[in-house]
Write a protein that binds this ligand. Sequence first.
Ligand SMILES: Nc1ncnc2c1ncn2[C@@H]1O[C@H](COP(=O)(O)OP(=O)(O)OP(=O)(O)O)[C@@H](O)[C@H]1O
Ligand SMILES: O=C(O)C(=O)C[C@H](O)[C@H](O)CO
Length: 298
Amino acid sequence: MTVVTLGETMVALRGKGLLRLGTEFRTSIAGAESNVAIGLARLGHQVRWLSRLGTDESGELVLRTLRAEGVDVSAVVRGPEPTGLVLFEQRLPEVTRVEYHRAGSAAAGLRPEHVTLGEGVRLLHLTGITPALGPGPRAAVEAAAGTGVEVSLDVNLRTRLWSSAEAAAVLTPLARRAGIVIGSPEEIELVGGVESLLEAGVGEVVTKLGADGAAVSTADGEWTAPGHRVPVLDSIGAGDAFTAGYLSARLDGLGLEERLARGNACGAFAVASAGDWEGAPTRAELELLAVEEGTALR
Ligand SMILES: Nc1ncnc2c1ncn2[C@@H]1O[C@H](COP(=O)(O)OP(=O)(O)OP(=O)(O)O)[C@@H](O)[C@H]1O
Ligand SMILES: O=C(O)C(=O)C[C@H](O)[C@H](O)CO
């Protein structure tokens, strides 16, 4: 495996309309880390996703979906608790209401002994969501981060799971040990800010800037790359798609500007398609952003 990622994936129900009116749902899966895993797998990388799932049919859906996307699930652990559930209600193209049903989930029972990275791992991708799930998942993240494999950390603040102050206290030390830290401008500030992270030895501090694209700061300076102009259908998952693109270009040995460019390309595909990960591009599809609008590929 080239990349390993660790975190909770839930069954996702996406309302076609309003939940309170008895909407119909489309059933899929969602989880920031597995979104990144799928994004990387579609770009041709070998990636393992690690977590704990219930022995329920929801867990089967998660496994089947990730297997179908070419993500390695051979180290996933099962437990008696239910697989988590998340409900999405898209109220505006860029405003989605999220309802979590994940307290006491199987993934909340993750422990350090469940972490099996495997051989030849070049990168461990973590997010700030997993430590918010409880002391066990937090210890599992610490154990994974202590293996010596280079870490990329997406801060991914989830204020429904913990307060900003709690997140800052736990995630700042984790971020300072990472090779790559990714977040919105506010999330980067939450873990100390660009300068402080670079001084701590973080190699790349990557800031996601929505439709404006993204920026990366290293000890040698700052680079920015503009976003693509695409219609926004559903903005959830854009950050994970961006991260997959950025890390993919880095694994390919490309430079900082090309990493940002691939990240922005993947982020554009994500916002232009419905769902968390469904629109993630394959390597060949990255070229489609350069095709003239209105073109039918026939
Ligand atoms: N409206 C948009 N048009 C084009 N590209 C976009 C747009 N919004 C986001 N992106 C792309 O996706 C990337 C990530 O978006 P954003 O900054 O919103 O991340 P995020 O807040 O972490 O997203 P989320 O948490 O919803 O997954 C951006 O850096 C950009 O490349
Ligand atoms: O919010 C979370 O914890 C999730 O993992 C669900 C979403 O799909 C994810 O946030 C998208 O980044």
